[in-house]
Design a protein around this ligand. Sequence first.
Ligand code: PLP
Length: 408
Amino acid sequence: MSTSPKVIPFESSVPKPGTPRDFIADHVHAIPRSGIRDFFEIVQSMGDVISLGIGEPDFVTPWRIREAAIYSLERGKTGYTSNLGLLKLRKEIASYVKRHYHVEYDGPTEVMVTIGVSEAIDLALRAILNPGDEVIYHEPCYVSYSPSIALAHGKAVPVATRAEDGFRLLARDIAAKITPRTKALLLNFPCNPTGAAMSRADLEPIAALCREHDLLVLTDEIYSELTYDQRPHTSIASLPGMRERTIFFHGFSKAFAMTGFRIGYACAPVALTEAMMKIHQYGILCAPITSQEAALEALRHGHDDMVSMRDQYCARRNFLVAGLNAAGLPCRTPEGAFYLFPDITGTGLTAHEFAVRLLQEEKVAVVPGTAFGESGTGHVRCSYATALDQIEIASERIGNFVRRLKKG
Ligand code: PLP
């Protein structure tokens, strides 16, 4: 289930004489299919499974946001928008980012509305990488980072994070991976799949390293509202000297339960926004206007709905952390996102064996940690974006499973 594709040298794309052509580019060949997708095809074929597998809110998008989308359709808003997105939305995003992250962007020129954070990350990588440029990122991490870097012809350079450090990223581990080809550092805190967050004090030495080595930071803060226990979220973009060397990504999928709207954004200094815009305007034109109208409503009036969902995630997190630890799977209480990353090494199974047997024997789906990179070995990801009553049953079933394993 490794997600690390090989970097294919460009010369290799010339077909060897006598070799039948399959027309697929070498670097696309080199990318493995997502291990999560294969696993969940099995889950879906089984029925009656409690899934702690998917990274998608179980909540329906709050009604006021859906209503804003419906109302925009009723008013006949069905056309293209500006390539960068509706100006009123970009201005609202700039004001939201200033209020919550303490970084100032100019709405008209430094904010771009995209098809989710997914598109924004892809655009940024394609805008900045020359073939062979290196991007450092922390692992275990969101499954798309390494393939996205490879698809942009870059070299993905993972840095392992460890349970004993609370899965925080350490500057000294990054420093050990910097080479003359390093162009950027890709961060995601709160983190999918570990739920780890970074404080200002954690981020400061990393920011200093980026300034010292003239690196760009790509920061995916899609889970930033989902930070618990009143813990403040700090964006690396807000640290001294960092705004000019950071692309900030955010979106509506997680905190506002809007995955299907496919809407997100990137904020960056003008030159970087312009470079991303060139790719976006030829490939995508603009994000759908209905989703942009819905996103505007989320930013203007969705706060209370978001807080109510966050409170429910927090209660679920507390319940499941206690359940996993009681079952004998050591699990820290993560600061954010909606994932737990318990250690399953005590069971004697690999992460893959654990996930397959738990599914077969107890009908509970979790994701093997190795789907998020080699450093996820010995762990599984449990998502608590699932109703509490389901989590209660899942927790009991996991307890039964682990007890059986330990007995025999
Ligand atoms: N970034 C991270 C860390 C994620 O976990 C996900 C989805 O799971 C995404 C980005 C994709 O977000 P979007 O729906 O905005 O494309």
